[in-house]
Write a protein that binds this ligand. Structure first.
Ligand code: ZN
Ligand code: ZN
Length: 235
């Protein structure tokens, strides 16, 4: 069966994410758009995942706990976990690996934490849009150790991409799946970087605004709608 997916969505916790990217709004917009599985992947934090997962459970949407981590090489990697516990453990490590810089709301935007009723319950003070001290290799080792998977983000783009910043995808990482931006077709990405054909790929929105969340346009083929099926497919 084919399931409509979007594995790269930011909430209002990401300073660059719109304030309307609340747990209820994200889940409801994903349902309106007819998506079957989404992942919420804020920059270097998972603080909105408990609320998002609660809302999703009540509304029958499958949400994969995730994060978009920024490595010390300034590479963005989408990390997906089977369970929220794994994501939260990773988030703690990442938080302690971020430089102690205060967010400047005026310049970068607010970093809002919500409950499942979309009430603001906190603000992240540390700047989340920074590189951690974790290397790409560290991230792969840590995420795998917590039962998760790593997907190099927007590999077709110039900024924060593993190809641009490292020059290649190191074979020792044993990357299985890469992410291609919604703005380019996979075929165009493969023409630009022919070696990408050997990987499985997902196409994601990297939505920072509700309207940018994918429609039913990118699909994954699974025998049934289950987290373990999905991870077998991506890994
Ligand atoms: Zn990114
Ligand atoms: Zn992103």
């Amino acid at each position: 069966m084919k399931f409509a997916v979007d594995f790269h969505i930011h909430s209002a916790l990401s300073p660059c994410g719109d304030d309307d990217m609340t747990p209820c709004n994200i889940v409801n917009m994903a349902l309106l758009k007819g998506l079957d599985i989404i992942a919420v992947t804020d920059h270097n934090s998972c603080s909105n995942l408990p609320a998002v997962m609660d809302v999703a459970r009540e509304n029958g949407l499958m949400v994969i706990p995730g994060m978009e981590v920024q490595t010390k090489e300034e590479v963005h990697i989408i990390c997906l976990f089977k369970r929220i516990e794994g994501a939260m453990k990773f988030a703690e490590i990442v938080y302690n690996s971020l430089p102690d810089i205060k967010n400047n709301e005026e310049i970068f935007g607010r970093q809002l934490v919500f409950n499942a009723a979309d009430e603001i319950i906190g603000k992240e003070e540390k700047m989340l849009l920074s590189g951690t001290i974790l290397s790409v290799n560290d991230v792969f080792v840590l995420v795998r150790g917590l039962g998760g998977i790593c997907i190099p983000a927007h590999v077709d783009r110039m900024g924060f991409s593993i190809i641009t910043n490292l020059g290649f995808i190191p074979p020792n990482l044993k990357v299985k799946t890469i992410e291609i931006s919604k703005k380019i077709s996979p075929e165009a990405a493969f023409l630009k970087f022919p070696f990408l054909r050997k990987f499985k790929h997902v196409v994601s929105s990297d939505a920072h605004y509700l309207q940018d969340i994918s429609e039913r346009e990118f699909f994954i083929e699974l025998d049934c709608l289950s987290v373990s099926e999905l991870f077998n497919k991506l890994d």
